[in-house]
Design a protein around this ligand. Structure first.
Ligand code: GLV
Ligand code: MN
Ligand code: MN
Length: 426
């Protein structure tokens, strides 16, 4: 590999261009959070999502990159390599956001990949392998649960029709939203679905904001991500009976809210962890009929459970159903597992490339695990995979107050450019 390659490309990364693109994308779904923080609500497979994708495709086309889209709506921009037939290096993240999300989660990884590849091209750097920039469909899982649908389908982890019947809050089916979405993008060339219909990538690298407090607290520029903890998502449905709040004796009720409280208390005991490593979250609750003077007939609530140790994830996750059934008094219980992502360890081919690039650029770096899940989790079985983190102010994410500075993001893109140059020439 030509040792001049990376420095040229690194120098061509534009802090201003990357920031301006992020700010333009942040206008699509702009919301205002507490204290006026400028956030984003851009849900997967919506018109806003499509507008954001069109912006990206336009920037890519101007840089000479060809767009294509697969059956799950995963969007790719391709930089050609010099040697025909070699597997691509893939880099990107997601463009959808949380409902009260920030301007950087996911979208920065896509914009950073474009910035890095554009810098390589502007520096006149050719790579042996192609590089594909990817925007995965529905990573967040907030409109349609679970997250990471695009990467799971690409990896062959689940068939693409798996989630067709998943409905959003308006009752729109994922399969219908996807069909409508693809119909709006018929001018973009279609491609086969990931490793189900094509070759394994040579490597996968995802740049992302840390979403936690470590890098900022320690004054570190770059996180060399060592792996991702495992996650399991469940939907709990409790069914009782509605009754008049003024006339029905409490002893006769089948009150779904009261059983939900019992269930959550029991789950808190199951998930208790003195080491504070385990993550257990109930954050979405739907009550029907949702009227203050009618006893609740049904409750649906979500469970997000995470741990770095696969055994803990398996044992406590598998105990959830019995714990809920043992805790409720009167309701019927239905438990559905909606997401199951094993803990993963990233490959030294990528972690060491990130470490080398950060060192070569005089940046401080630290090895840290990811508490958030990412599409990278599903690339691990396919090819050497890894991630690059940059600091998040106050460790805040999934919140409009999420912030990383133009300079911090530019450092991340420069490291990514060097890593992509190295991997695409290996
Ligand atoms: C991803 O958004 C996650 O919830 O970890
Ligand atoms: Mn993300
Ligand atoms: Mn997220």
């Amino acid at each position: 590999m030509n040792t001049n390659v990376a420095p040229n490309a690194v120098a061509a990364v534009s802090e201003a261009r990357q920031w301006d693109r992020l700010m333009e994308l942040a206008t699509l779904g702009a919301i205002t959070g507490a204290d006026g923080a400028p956030g984003v609500n851009r849900q997967a497979l919506t018109a806003l999502d499509r507008q954001a994708r069109r912006l990206l495709i336009g920037w890519g086309a101007a840089a000479g990159l060809k767009a294509s889209v697969d059956v799950l709506g995963n969007l790719f921009l391709r930089h050609e390599g010099t040697e025909a037939g070699l597997a691509p290096v893939v880099s990107g993240s997601h463009m959808d956001s949380q409902p009260a999300g920030g301007r950087f989660d996911g979208i920065w990884g896509v914009v950073a990949a474009l910035e890095a590849v554009q810098a390589l091209r502007e520096a006149g750097v050719a790579t042996r392998r192609p590089i594909e920039i990817v925007a995965w469909t529905n990573e967040e899982g907030s409109r349609f649960a679970p997250g990471c649908m695009g990467s799971m389908a690409y990896a062959g982890y689940r068939p693409p029709e798996t989630w067709d019947d998943v409905a959003d809050a308006e009752g729109i089916r994922f399969g219908d939203a996807l069909r409508e979405h693809l119909a709006e993008e018929t001018d973009i060339p279609h491609r086969g679905l990931g490793v189900v219909e094509g070759p394994r990538p040579h490597a996968y690298v995802e740049a992302h904001i840390e979403q936690g407090p470590i890098l900022e607290a320690e004054g570190i520029d770059i996180g060399i991500v060592t792996g991702i903890q495992g996650s399991r998502w469940f939907l709990v449905e409790l069914t009782g009976a509605s009754a008049h709040a003024g006339t029905a004796p409490v002893s006769t009720r089948r009150d779904a809210v009261q059983d939900m409280v019992r269930a959550i208390n029991a789950l808190n005991a199951l998930m208790a962890d003195p080491t504070d490593v385990l993550r257990f979250t109930v954050a979405s609750i739907e009550v029907k009929p949702n009227s203050s003077n009618s006893v609740a007939e049904t409750v649906k609530f979500t469970i997000d459970f995470r741990h770095p140790d696969a055994a803990v994830l398996r044992e406590r996750g598998d105990a959830i159903e019995a714990t809920i059934k043992g805790a409720v008094k009167t309701c019927e219980v239905k438990l559905t597992e909606r997401f199951n992502a094993d803990p993963v360890t990233f490959a030294p081919q990528v972690t060491e490339a990130v470490a080398r690039a950060a060192a070569a650029q005089g940046l401080s770096a630290k090895r840290i695990p990811s508490g958030a899940f990412h599409d990278a989790q599903f690339m691990v079985p396919l090819c050497p995979s890894g991630m690059i983190f940059v600091p998040s102010r106050d460790g805040i994410s999934h919140n409009p107050a999420e912030y990383s500075s133009p300079e911090q993001l530019a450092r991340g893109a420069r490291v990514l450019a060097q890593v992509l140059a190295e991997l695409a020439n290996s």
